[in-house]
Design a protein around this ligand. Structure first.
Ligand code: NAD
Length: 524
């Protein structure tokens, strides 16, 4: 098939401004290490969030194209599964070095399509790259166990690949989330079909090109596009043995239940409402900077954004100072020098965020800092999806702005009197992704750590996303299936492999009896 144009095939040049893309190209799909234009008549327009100019059209792949991607992955699995883990490790080393070489290019694609600032986009790439680096340790992680369980008898375990696996990704980390999946799925011997978000597939397309250059054989990584129809295809396709999903609760709960009902392994990381509790004894300056960064960075479009502040006692008096620092943030096009946060992903998202701010006002909260109607002062981007940093105080748990994930640059603030009250309030929230506490007291932090129900706890750390030698351990409604399958780290290796347990007897002695033993064998 002919290679198509677009970002994915231009190895050296990449955008550095939000200027209108001349000669808009459709995004190709990626099969057998080729970029192929889709034959579909259905496309999803992708706009630069800073300008709403058209960047590319993303195809809704046809059923025949989706089926072909699965067949290609099935064929590739036959030989990929028998390659040695050391061979796969060499490819992963190369992939890691290519990601580093293409770091700026990947980040530029993210800034153009997703909107986050270039510096933040580089962090998006780095967090994914680190998963690929950790995956290079697979020879150690894939080792099985062995025990002599009886005389002349041993039991040993092997970790075997599952087959064809699929990943369904969200818009907010266009490089990091594909890189939670590509390295671990492939180094364990599976072949992968990845569906990037239809809102920003550019970084995944560059990663596809780097997979080819790194030496992945054709079909080991295929990239397909589309929205609900592609997801339903993945869920219904019997050849796909496992599904990795990251995104919101509506899609994720559906994908988890349908995928599981169809007999697939499913890991699904979902939405969040992350709280920070601040105690009067904390380092105030550190706290103020940490919360401003974690609430408004990436325009609040991080699953680990600190979107909810619980001020304990007198710390509620610090809110005006917090608002001053938030107000000083520069909201601008992501390629602009000094931009702290960019636009939100779409006009619909902006509208939803603004309506949640309005609902807080109607329900009696105070809009301490109002980002509605914001436009970057340069006047360069009149049509972008802008929402300025917003702080809502005097919030109560029954308000919509507290109950719903806002996923925008909005911090909602509640006040309580004691640490116990803070713990009770946070534990009553149905989400449990991340949480942070700001205090100088070890015993206070320990009490909080022990009693809090969120899966990832930061002590004076605002966004405690674990590095890839650990795992991403959300809790409660922030992860489907009770958190049994988590992404990356040792649990990630476990998710992508099937355990095989072998018990062998090697005895040189002749059998001492001619009678078969029909009782349940025991080895005590
Ligand atoms: P989303 O759920 O709208 O989309 C995620 C993926 O699911 C996309 O590929 C999309 O095409 C598909 N999809 C969307 N709706 C669908 C439906 N009804 N049926 C089938 N497929 C559907 O999420 P998003 O807006 O792209 O991402 C933001 C969300 O992701 C937030 O809720 C955020 O908290 C969450 N998120 C969670 C984590 C985590 O690790 N917990 C990480 C990043 C993002």
């Amino acid at each position: 098939p002919a290679a198509a144009g677009g970002l994915a095939s231009t190895a050296t040049s990449f955008p550095t401004t939000h200027d209108k893309v001349q000669d808009v190209q459709d995004t190709p799909y990626f099969i057998d290490n080729q970029f192929v234009p889709s034959q579909t008549s259905r496309f999803i327009d992708l706009h630069d969030p800073a300008t709403n100019n058209l960047v590319t059209r993303v195809p809704q792949n046809t059923d025949a194209e989706l089926k072909a991607a699965v067949e290609s992955a099935q064929k590739a699995f036959e030989s990929w599964r028998t390659t040695s883990v050391l061979h796969r490790q060499q490819i992963m080393f190369k992939f890691v070095s290519l990601i580093r070489e293409n770091w700026d290019r990947l980040a530029a694609s993210i800034t153009l399509e997703q909107g986050k600032t270039f510096a933040d986009a580089k962090g998006d790439v780095l967090r994914g790259l680190q998963v690929a680096e950790a995956a290079c340790g697979a020879p150690e992680l894939l080792k099985g166990e062995v025990l002599e369980v009886a005389k002349d008898m041993e039991t040993r375990t092997y970790r075997e690949p599952l087959g064809v696996v699929a990943a369904i990704c969200p818009f907010n980390f266009p490089a990091m989330i594909p890189l939670w999946c590509i390295p671990i799925a492939t180094i364990t011997g599976n072949t992968l079909i990845l569906k990037p978000s239809e809102r920003d597939p550019g970084a995944a397309m560059i990663l596809a090109e780097l997979c080819t250059k790194a030496g992945f054989p054709p079909g080991v990584v295929n990239i397909i596009h589309g929205a609900h129809d592609t997801v339903n295809f993945i869920l219904d396709e019997p050849a796909i043995k496992a599904v990795s999903f990251v995104g919101g609760n509506k899609a994720g709960e559906y994908i988890f239940s349908k995928g599981s009902a169809n007999g697939k392994r499913v890991q699904a990381n979902l939405g969040a409402k992350n709280h920070a509790a601040v105690l009067p004894d904390c380092n105030k300056n550190q706290f103020l900077n940490a919360v401003v960064g974690a609430a408004f960075g990436a325009a609040g479009q991080r699953c680990m954004a600190l979107s909810t502040l619980v001020t304990v006692g007198e710390t509620k008096e610090w809110l005006p100072e917090l608002a001053e620092r938030a107000k000083a943030l520069k909201v601008d096009g992501g390629f602009e020098e000094g931009a702290d946060l960019g636009p939100v992903i779409s006009p619909q998202s902006k509208q939803r965020i603004e309506s949640l701010i309005a609902s807080a006002e109607e329900e009696g909260a105070t809009i301490l800092l109002d980002g509605r109607g914001y436009k970057p002062p340069s006047g360069k981007y009149p049509d972008g999806n802008w929402v300025g940093p917003t702080i809502i105080s005097n919030v109560t748990p029954s308000m919509r702005c507290y109950k719903e994930e806002i996923f925008g640059p909005v911090l909602v603030c509640l006040n309580v009197e004691t640490l116990d009250d803070a713990i009770e309030l946070i534990n009553a929230n149905e989400y449990g992704n991340g949480v942070a506490i700001f205090t100088k007291s070890g015993p206070t932090a320990e009490t909080f750590r022990r009693r809090i129900e969120a899966g990832q706890v930061g002590i004076n750390v605002p966004i405690p996303v674990p590095l890839p030698m650990f795992s991403f351990t959300g809790n409660k409604k922030s992860i489907a299936g009770g958190g049994a399958s988590t992404f990356y780290g040792r649990p990630g290796i476990n998710f992508y492999t099937q355990l095989k347990t072998v018990t062998a007897m090697w005895s040189s002695a002749d059998a001492i009896s001619n009678k078969a033993d029909v009782a349940m064998p025991t080895h005590s």
